[in-house]
Design a protein around this ligand. Structure first.
Ligand code: SF4
Length: 521
């Protein structure tokens, strides 16, 4: 079979060719032992082996002598870390279909846009990008073009109408079906976005997680829960990612062990709402129960399990929420030295009136109470947060409440946004929309306030010796590396040694608003 020549054949010929292709591969499949490509270390020499169940063959594989079958996939990812982790999962799945990642869009056989829907601008970006890619597809008609992620989930019909040249549109719940969707899209355009009611699983024992050996990654994201039941009035996530669905802890631990066995030192657990992890698994038919009713916080228990994986030195997680937040989480910080002193806890506003209009389900006092639980056991904790300014109805007094909360919290850094109406969310229908100019002014004021605080905290680091986990080489400067302190502060480390993956004491000699600087002691 040549390099995909069959894609230019007529449909019946195409179907026939693909059937032959599939049959050829299944024949290949029967005499391939899959484990050789997945788990290298044997059970007894690898302390992590007990965490990783033996993988079964799931997708066909092709020996290199058939390298002509190797295809190229180009993925463009927008949005949050969960989208980044989803992209890696898709690369793993496509890897089993002999797609290899490329960063050159022109040479791709499959172009995939993994999209974000968090801001109005995001959707426009996708549509204009598709416009650019249309020309490329006209030049190379056999190139597959796909859209995934939250814009695909929320706007599939509009996209399919606006961009009929797109071959496959699928939502975050269809990721594990990607190989099948790609095979179908070779025959006809495919749109698949229904929410999957069977829970959330990324079977890493079948298809191992994506790990780029060339990059020698030191820190890896692991998705643990997706979706959200909170319905904040400004947010699209409950509509684009569905209800909260958690992965079983054994799967998460197996993935952490897989990464640790490849030298990864830091695990970052991801979810739109990590505190609610496992509460859907505890209820009947994935019906969520409260930590109070359960008498425990499954998220805290998961932290203990991941911390017990040999080789895992540091654990961070995002995004947390004052909701489903119990003292057990503080106890985990008291007992688990692997948990970093970096805690991202979005507050969104400092005004109870606005928190209520946002349906955030906590008050300013309750937010500060949870912060107090953590600071009681970890006084060094570096908190960060998300804040929206200009939410409909926000008065100068409400905004002043936000500023006073920021002063009181002394955040290490904040992500601040102007309220952006999101189609289909309740807040778009609220009266008292705040003028753009007022939003701009408030955002400026807030960012200036926080900039001073971040500069103050970073300046205080000068002269200190901090344990830094070195994450990657500085591409622009020789003998310079980047890593993070235990508080999550970025540090440029000067050294002629190869420091990748090491945790070492660094004397901080310089600081600015974005990073610290120093040399090993
Ligand atoms: S908790 Fe977060 S993800 Fe959930 S609806 Fe609110 S803002 Fe969106």
């Amino acid at each position: 079979m040549s390099d995909g020549g069959h894609l230019f054949a007529t449909l019946p010929a195409r179907t026939k060719a693909l059937q032959e292709h599939a049959e050829g591969i299944t024949k290949e499949n029967s005499n391939m032992s899959h484990t050789e490509t997945v788990v290298t270390a044997s059970q007894d020499e690898n302390p992590l082996a007990k965490y990783m169940p033996k993988p079964q063959v799931s997708y066909p594989d092709i020996p290199l002598r058939h390298a002509g079958f190797l295809k190229k996939v180009y993925v463009q990812t927008w949005g949050c870390q969960m989208n980044v982790a989803d992209t890696e999962r898709m690369l793993s799945l496509l890897g089993r279909m002999n797609y290899r990642p490329t960063e050159v869009v022109e040479e791709a056989d499959f172009i995939l846009l993994n999209t974000c829907h968090i801001r109005e601008k995001a959707r426009h970006k996708v549509v204009s990008r598709l416009g650019e890619l249309r020309a490329l597809k006209e030049r190379k008609p056999d190139t597959l073009l796909g859209v995934s992620g939250c814009v695909a989930q929320a706007e599939a019909k509009a996209l399919a109408k606006e961009a009929p040249f797109v071959d496959v549109i699928f939502g975050p719940d269809q990721i594990e079906e990607l190989p099948t969707l790609v095979e179908q899209a070779l025959l006809r355009p495919v749109v698949k976005t229904e929410f999957n009611s069977n829970g959330y699983s990324i079977p890493v024992d079948v298809i191992p997680p994506y790990f780029d050996e060339t990059k020698q990654e030191v820190s890896k994201f692991i998705n643990i829960v997706k979706g959200c039941n909170n319905f904040c009035t400004f947010c699209v996530v409950p509509y684009t990612r569905g209800r909260e669905k958690s992965r079983v802890s054994a799967e998460v631990v197996a993935e952490a062990a897989y990464f640790a066995s490849r030298g990864v030192k830091e695990i970052v657990l991801l979810g739109q709402n990590v505190n609610s992890y496992g509460l859907d698994l505890a209820g009947e038919n994935h019906k969520k129960v409260t930590p109070e009713a359960l008498g425990s916080l499954p998220f805290a228990e998961l932290l203990y399990e991941v911390a017990a994986v040999p080789g895992v030195e540091r654990i961070r997680f995002t995004t947390s929420n004052p909701h489903d937040f119990t003292p057990q989480l503080a106890r985990a910080f008291e007992q688990l030295p692997e948990l970093c002193d970096a805690f991202h806890l979005p507050v969104q506003s400092g005004s109870d009136r606005i928190l209520d209009r946002m349906n955030r389900q906590y008050t300013r006092a309750e937010y500060l109470e949870r912060v107090g639980w953590i600071r009681a056991v970890r006084p060094e904790m570096a908190f960060s947060t998300d804040i929206i300014v200009g939410f409909p109805g926000e008065t100068d007094e409400d905004f002043e409440d936000t500023l006073s909360l920021v002063r009181e919290m002394q955040y290490a850094f904040i992500y601040a946004f102007k309220y952006s109406p999101r189609r289909g969310t309740p807040a778009t229908r609220f009266k008292e929309q705040v003028p753009e100019s007022v939003k701009d002014a408030r955002l400026q004021t807030l960012l200036e306030l926080q900039k001073k605080e971040t500069e103050r905290q970073n300046a205080q680091e000068i002269g200190q010796v901090r344990n830094v986990l070195v994450l990657y080489k500085n591409k622009k400067e020789a003998n310079a590396w980047y890593g993070r302190t235990f508080q999550g502060r970025l540090v440029k480390v000067h050294s002629t040694e190869v420091l990748l993956g090491q945790t070492l004491p660094v004397k901080i000699s310089g600081a600015n608003v974005t990073a610290l600087e120093g040399s090993p002691v």
